[in-house]
Ligand binder design. Structure first.
Ligand code: ATP
Length: 334
């Protein structure tokens, strides 16, 4: 018996070594996005929230380049280079091609376009999830690559379609946006996000365990929790990837109300799927094949029946039965 146990120990050691090798390989990865030694911090008190994409070209890095070789200089060396005007490579591979757009402080900008047109990619460049291949992303005139990562993270908040909840209490999941927030601040954010009453209906209230191994929240509840996070964080710029999934009427109303509070008085860039959002947008950008092909308000864009927006709009609303084939609601045109 002791001998057999000893043999098993050797096996355990071998397995653990292999495991540790993988863990350390992961820990040793160099982040693709790094901060410059002379990076400047955005002053939250003076931040206006003007967002500009200036002549942005972007292609996703090769998967093998992901293990640390994607900083800007090295990425430039991989042959992705644009020579002069008129000599620009186009076609497959480019997720964004020469995208220029400006969202003024406090404006609500809606990005619309067919699947794969580059909407998500464009929004990912604002908080610097990726760096542009060519061109620049600017916040209040500062190139985001010149900013400290923490001040950029403070300036930009995100509400995604599938908010991530970690295993922990609802309170911790909200407070994650601003560690150190008081119980009152967390509750106010939850109230404004229309989720407080729902939280209080759980026997354990804010102490309810959620996330991977805890209580599973519905799609509408998760979205409102994500909105509570953003309200607590209070960023000047909000990136919103509106949910495409159908919600029941009451949940839809609660989510819409919460979103209106979240977008009020801050610059919002929304990948918009709901007509109400698009209608109230100050400016709509129509994307196709990674290019901005249209810009204007709902009425302006509808005036051109051959335009991308008008076509998308008609396509979605002319479907019989009031529901799009992909399960989107009738008031979800794009
Ligand atoms: P959808 O409405 O379906 O979400 P989208 O307009 O948001 O689409 P993006 O997700 O920005 O489009 O995709 C733009 C292009 O970039 C597509 O051709 C897509 O295949 C490609 N792409 C997106 N993510 C990656 C990635 N991580 N790696 C490589 N290519 C990607």
């Amino acid at each position: 018996m002791p001998l057999m146990q000893l043999m098993r120990v050797s096996l355990d050691v071998q397995t653990s070594l292999a495991l540790f090798r993988r863990i350390f390989e992961y820990l040793d990865l160099e982040p693709a996005i790094t901060e410059r030694p002379d990076a400047v911090a955005l002053d939250p008190a003076r931040l206006r929230g003007r967002v500009e994409l200036r002549g942005v070209w972007f292609r996703y890095p090769e998967p093998r380049a992901l293990s640390g070789a994607v900083d800007r200089d090295r990425f430039g060396d991989s042959g992705v280079r644009i020579e002069a005007d008129g000599d620009r490579p186009t076609g497959p591979g480019w997720a964004l091609q020469d995208v220029s757009l400006v969202v003024e402080p406090g404006q609500l900008a809606a990005i619309v376009g067919p699947s794969g047109s580059g909407k998500t990619t464009a929004t990912y460049l604002v908080p610097r999830f990726y760096d542009v291949t060519e061109g620049a992303v600017l916040i209040d005139g500062h190139d985001v690559r010149d900013l400290t990562l923490s001040s950029l993270a403070d300036a930009v908040g995100m509400v995604t379609q599938e908010p991530y909840l970690f295993h922990g209490t609802i309170r911790d999941n909200i407070a994650y946006a601003r560690p150190g927030a008081t119980a009152e601040e967390i509750e106010r954010a939850a109230r404004d996000a229309n989720i407080h009453d729902r939280i209080m209906s759980f026997p354990e209230g804010y102490e309810t365990i959620t996330g991977e191994r805890g209580y599973r929240l519905s799609g509408g509840e998760k979205q409102r929790l994500a909105i509570a996070r953003v309200l607590l964080k209070d960023p000047r710029i909000l990136v919103l990837d509106e949910a495409t999934s159908a919600l029941d009427t009451e949940t839809e109303r609660l989510v819409q109300e919460a979103l209106e509070r979240a977008t009020r008085s801050r610059t919002t860039i929304a990948i918009a799927h709901r007509l109400s959002t698009i209608r109230s947008a100050d400016v709509i950008f129509g994307l196709q094949d990674g290019r901005v092909v249209e810009r204007g308000t709902h009425d302006e864009l509808l005036a051109d029946p051959t335009g991308l927006y008008a076509r998308l709009y008609v396509e979605q609303f002319s479907r019989p039965g009031g529901r799009a084939d992909d399960g989107r609601r009738a008031d979800v045109p794009i």
